[in-house]
Structure formats: structure tokens, C-alpha cells
Design a binder for this molecule. Structure first.
Ligand SMILES: C[S@@+](CC[C@H](N)C(=O)[O-])C[C@H]1O[C@@H](n2cnc3c(N)ncnc32)[C@H](O)[C@@H]1O
Length: 215
């Protein structure tokens, strides 16, 4: 088994989408977890940019009107941190970025192999101090990786507090699931308090999808 190589940034192109479509063709959804895991184990991750989405960093820096503070009590520094969920986090670059911005950041994955890569990336980046704290007064939030299915509620029991999130950040998951399975990434299964659902598409051209920022 090959480990996912977070340093290789492959290109998402029509051929990658065709490979994904045939990989998942005619499969019932209960088999999807192992099929995603197989892709990571084979090192086939054309969506993987090897770094966080710069658009997320920008929006966290420039749209404080949307995000507010990283603390639940907006009016003071300290106390309970807001929780951010990254469903289908892959190697977890955006989880590390949200933690650097002071959120308690949860990365959720169906694939154990992806999470193995995410934990290795977290350790490496901690040693290299790659994700510098963005606001020294606020400090970093914690990083938690969970194995689970976004479309089920099981993983919510492993989330501190009441199993709610303040921010859900998706990068490429909804787009790819929509195109493969006609799924809808939805908040219906969550009990969410003051949720900010952020769906940013980065600079790569993902076939016929358009960039968008939905809040
Ligand atoms: C297109 S990749 C995106 C990975 C990551 N967001 C990135 O941009 O590098 C989709 C990821 O979602 C995971 N995934 C697919 N369906 C999922 C589900 N129902 N729940 C949680 N993770 C899922 C896959 O294992 C895969 O790592």
C-alpha cells in the first residue's frame, strides 16, 4: 500500500473525473468508504493541492464581519472556542488553518488512510511551525480528526459539547459528491447554532463548476 503523498499536487482534469466515475460506478453507498480509502491508498488524489485553500485564509482575515471572533463570547478574548467542521478533510490542511485562526477544528473523513496522512501532516507541520498562529492573543484551537460519514450523525457524539458547529467549511467535497452521486451537502442532519456554512472553490478549474462563495 502506498501512503498518500501530500507533497504531490495533481491536477483535476476531465480524465480524473472519468476515473472517479468509473471507480464508483454502480456501487451502493455503503461501499463508498472503502472505495475512497482505496483511492488514498493508491495515491490517487487529484484534488489534493498540498496546502490549505488560500481563499479560506483570505476570507478569515478579511471578512471578520462574517466570522466574528473565534470565541463563542464575541466580546472578549478567551473562554470557549468556536468549533469548525471540515467534512471530507482529506490530508487536513484546512483543519490546520482553522486551528491557526483559533477555532477548535474538526476534520471528518470516511477514509482511515486519509486520516493517517492528516495526522502525519499535523505532526510534520507542528515541527516546522508551518501553520503560524494568526492572532497571538487568541492562540490556536485544537485539532481533532474523526472517522465518520458526514451523512450520518454518529460522529456528532464524539464532538465536545452538544455536537454542534459554528462553521462548516467544505472544499471540493460537495462538488465532487454532487457530480458523482448527485448528493446534496446539507445541514439537515445537524443541530447547528449560528452556523456559517462556507463553500469556497479555489482557483483550479473543476470542469464545468463555477467558483462560488455561499454563506
Ligand atoms: C474530493 S476529496 C476532498 C478532500 C479535501 N477536502 C481536499 O480538498 O483536499 C473528498 C474527500 O471526502 C471524503 N468523503 C467522501 N464522502 C464522505 C462522507 N460521506 N463523509 C466524510 N468524508 C467523505 C473522501 O474520503 C475524500 O477524502
Amino acid at each position: 500500500m502506498t501512503s498518500p503523498n501530500p507533497n504531490v499536487c495533481q491536477t483535476f482534469n476531465p480524465s480524473s473525473l472519468a476515473t472517479l466515475q468509473s471507480h464508483f460506478a454502480d456501487l451502493e453507498s455503503s461501499k463508498h468508504g472503502e472505495k475512497w480509502d482505496q483511492l488514498w491508498a493508491d495515491g490517487f488524489a487529484p484534488w489534493d493541492r498540498g496546502r490549505p485553500n488560500p481563499a479560506l485564509d483570505d476570507v478569515l482575515a478579511e471578512r471578520r464581519d462574517l466570522f466574528g471572533s473565534c470565541f463563542v463570547n464575541e466580546s472578549k478574548i478567551g473562554g470557549m472556542r468556536k468549533k469548525a467542521l471540515v467534512p471530507g478533510c482529506g490530508i487536513g490542511y484546512d483543519v490546520l488553518l482553522l486551528s491557526a485562526w483559533g477555532y477548535d477544528a474538526y476534520g471528518l473523513e470516511l477514509s482511515e488512510t486519509a486520516l493517517k496522512g492528516a495526522r502525519a501532516m499535523e505532526e510534520k507541520s507542528r515541527k516546522l511551525n508551518e501553520y503560524r498562529v494568526r492572532d497571538a492573543a487568541a492562540g490556536k484551537g485544537k485539532v481533532v480528526y474523526l472517522t465518520g460519514d458526514f451523512f450520518k450523525n454518529d460522529f456528532l457524539g464524539l464532538v465536545e459539547g452538544e455536537g454542534t458547529f459554528d462553521v462548516i467549511y467544505d472544499y471540493t467535497v460537495r462538488l465532487i459528491l454532487d457530480s458523482l452521486f448527485n448528493h446534496k451537502l446539507t445541514c439537515n442532519s445537524f443541530s447547528v447554532l449560528s452556523l456559517l456554512l462556507l463553500d469556497l472553490l479555489g482557483p483550479f478549474d473543476i470542469l464545468n463548476f463555477l467558483p462560488r462563495l455561499a454563506v
